[in-house]
Structure formats: C-alpha cells, structure tokens
Ligand binder design. Structure first.
Ligand code: BGC
Length: 417
C-alpha cells in the first residue's frame, strides 16, 4: 500500500493495549474477582496476562523499532488506589516509568485512566451506581495527574457506552450461557444486546466531566474519552429504529465530546438494524475469530458519525483491529481501514492518528482465543514474536512521515474548525 495521501503531518501511528488485558495478576480489580469466582461467567481467567507489567519495555521497543510512533496503554486504578483514598506510590512510579520509557523510545504515550476494570472496593460499594462514583473517579484522576504532567493525550474513560451496556448485561448473559454453555465473544455476539443503562450513562458523563476539569487544571494534555462505534446499517424501512438505537448506543456519548479536545473512535465492525432492532450476526457473513463480520470500512462510518455528532471535535482512532490467525487477512483489514481514514480526511475531517488494536495478543475479556495482536505472545514463556502485520503498519507509518516531510516540511497543525 502507498502511504495514505491526505493524512496530516504529526499524524500518530501506533498500537494500543489495556492494563488488565496484558499486565497479569491484576488481583485487586473487580474483573479479577469475577474471573476467579467459583460462579465465574467466563471461559478463562486473565491470570499472568502476557506479563506486560514487567515486559513493557520490550513491547514498546518492538513497536518503535517497527516504525510506529505512538502507544496507547492504560494505567490501572485498582493498583494505584488499592484502598479508598490510599494511593500506591509504587504503582504511580511504575506508570511514570512506562510514560518515560515510551518517550525515550520515540513513542507518544496516549494514556487511558479507566479501561473497564475498577478497584474491587469501588465495585463492592456499588460501582458506577454508587452516589459518590463520579467524585471517586475524579479523586483518582487528581492523583494520577501527578505523573501525567507531560503527557499529550489522555483518555478519561474507555467506551462508556460499553460500560453502560455491560451494566445491563447479567440477564442477557444468563440466557446466553443457558443456550451455549460457555460465554465467549461468539456467544455474546449472537444475542440481541441490551441498550446501555441511562443511569450509568449519566454517572459516567459526570465522572468524565469531573476528571476532565481536574486534568485540565493539572496537565497540558489533550483530553477526551473513547466511544465504541457500531457503524449501524438499516435494513430498508428500519431507518427510524436505527436513529433511536444509534442515539442510545453511541450518539449521546459523542455529543459529550463537543467541548473535549478530541474524541476517541473505536471501531471493529458494523451492526445491522431491522424492524426488531439489532440483527444478530449470521454465518453467511465473513466472520472473524470474535464472530464479527470482517468490515474494514466500518471505521470510516464511525469517524464520520463521531465528527458530526461531536460538532467537529478532532478525531483520534484509538482502537481498530481484527481477531484473526491469518496475517494476509489482518493486513488487508488494515489496508481497507486506512483507506477509509484517508477518505475521511480528504473530506475535511480532522483525524489525528490511528492506533491499532492491539499491540499484542491479549486477554479478550473472558477468553484468550481471539488473536488481535501485531505481536504474538507465547503464554508459556511470554516470548514475543512480531507478526508481519507489525512490519507492514510500521512501514506505512515511515512512508507517511517521509512523504509529509518532503511535501509539507513546515505544515502547521490545522486549527480546530
Ligand atoms: C475494548 C478492548 C477489546 C476490544 C476487542 C474494545 O471494545 O476496548 O478492550 O479487547 O474491543 O473486543
């Protein structure tokens, strides 16, 4: 592939992970407890993860050597605040080292404060339904800000729409496990999902806004949250239902980003809407290891929707990827996705970067099967093996940086519309 032609200089080329999915032994978190309870709904626990807690310098070095210049990772609230109001200097020091290591390697750190997991104590006090949930999150953000002074990009909350949906999930999951016996992504994908909870949505908006204020006062970072884009498509005659669902699942979270510095777009596939709402994926579609249709064009639709609904807030693609064991399929997916990103920029949308999900094969919230990584990991030895797709994406990044420096050596960052 030739480097996309319309992407601006300073465009971030990177990959993403989250703490719980890679670090290992996140024992103080609500997910750890869920995974290890005798009545766990999950097929497998996260266990030692891929040991990125210790091996992050190697992970980052592989990304940088391949040609990437950004790394999105999350810091773990459950480690930083193991007991309410008690902060771990050791954990803060650890995440500060991650930020410094990224910088030293030439990777722009994009730091997420909350990627699905919370401290166990937060969960025991009612999670996002507790009256002081937003204030608790803001207090964690204030402490975290002590190590984030020089970070340029901060995501407060990862996929609030999925968190609010998960809050409604238990009933659906029970039904799913009754029919399939195991709750992997494929089982979940096959079922009609509930709408995100309105109450939890409101708390998450409050938490985002409070953390935003705290971080604005203490850092120079660009601040935003990341929203899971569904690239909804209506069957003929179901356009009105689509509009209602799209608002509930996605648009109300994008509208919050009107006053933010950027909106993180996360896209994997599309979802079809019929007269009865979401249509479960069918085997006639080309399904990936997570049971989702292979739709690289979805990211274009999600970028355009985020731009429109947020009133033209800068877009950062914070996640996009495919779970596959076939490298040709992964590269073809990225090629299609980058064409869609390029076309959006050609149409005047400010897209600031592309962060592929995922840097490494990692724990896919209940199972280890689906492989999203640009880097494979042997879970017995933790040995890392970069896949051809990593070299491919790094090559596109290099080519883009070179072409930009030839054509627009002094191009300024375009100002926000
Ligand atoms: C989440 C990731 C997850 C990915 C693939 C996103 O919703 O942010 O944690 O691994 O999708 O399922």
């Amino acid at each position: 592939m030739n480097a996309p032609r319309h992407l601006p200089s300073g465009f971030l080329w990177g990959a993403a992970t989250s703490a719980h999915q890679t670090e290992g032994n996140n024992t103080n978190s609500n997910w750890w407890h869920l995974e290890n309870s005798p009545t766990s709904p999950f097929a497998e626990p996260s266990g030692a993860g891929v040991d990125s807690f210790h091996r992050y310098p190697e992970d980052m070095r592989l990304l940088a050597e391949a040609g990437l210049d950004a790394y999105r990772f999350s810091i773990e609230w459950a480690r930083i605040e193991p007991r309410p109001g008690e902060f771990s200097t050791e954990a803060l020091r650890h995440y500060r080292s991650m930020i410094s290591t990224a910088r030293e390697l030439g990777l722009t750190p994009v730091v997420t404060l909350h990627h699905f997991t919370t401290p166990m104590w937060f969960s025991q006090r009612g999670g996002w339904a507790a009256p002081d949930a937003a204030a608790r999150f803001a207090s964690y953000a204030a402490k975290a800000a002590e190590i984030l002074g020089d970070v340029e990009w901060i995501c407060t909350i990862n996929e609030p729409n999925m968190i609010a949906l998960l809050a409604e999930m238990p009933k659906k999951l029970e039904a799913a496990s009754a029919q399939t016996g195991a709750l992997d992504d494929r089982a979940i994908a096959g079922f009609a999902l509930p709408a995100p909870s309105d109450e939890v949505t409101q708390v998450l908006i409050d938490a985002h806004r409070s953390a935003f204020e705290v971080l604005r006062a203490r850092t120079d970072a660009r601040l935003g949250w990341t929203v899971s884009g569904q690239a909804f498509e209506a069957e003929p005659g179901s356009e009105e239902i689509l509009a209602v669902l799209k608002h509930s699942w996605e648009d109300r979270y994008l509208e919050v980003a009107r006053d933010d510095d950027f909106i993180g777009v996360q896209s994997y596939t599309t979802r079809r809407i019929g007269p009865d709402g979401l249509i479960p994926y069918s085997v006639e579609e080309q399904l990936t290891m997570t049971g989702w249709p292979n739709r690289p064009d979805a990211v274009g639709a999600s970028i355009r929707n985020a731009w429109d609904r947020s009133g033209h807030t800068d877009v950062l693609v914070t996640e996009n990827g495919i779970a596959t064991a076939d490298e040709a399929e992964r590269v073809a997916y990225m090629e299609g996705a980058l064409d869609a990103v390029d076309a959006a920029v050609a149409d005047g949308i400010d897209v600031r970067g592309y962060l592929h999900w995922s840097a490494l094969d990692n724990y896919e919230w209940g199972e280890w099967g689906p492989t999203f990584g640009l880097i494979a990991v042997d879970r017995g030895t933790f040995a890392r093996s970069p896949r051809p797709s990593l070299a491919w994406l790094g090559g596109v990044a290099r080519e883009h940086r070179e072409s930009v420096s030839v054509h627009w050596p002094a191009q300024e960052k375009r100002s926000r519309v």
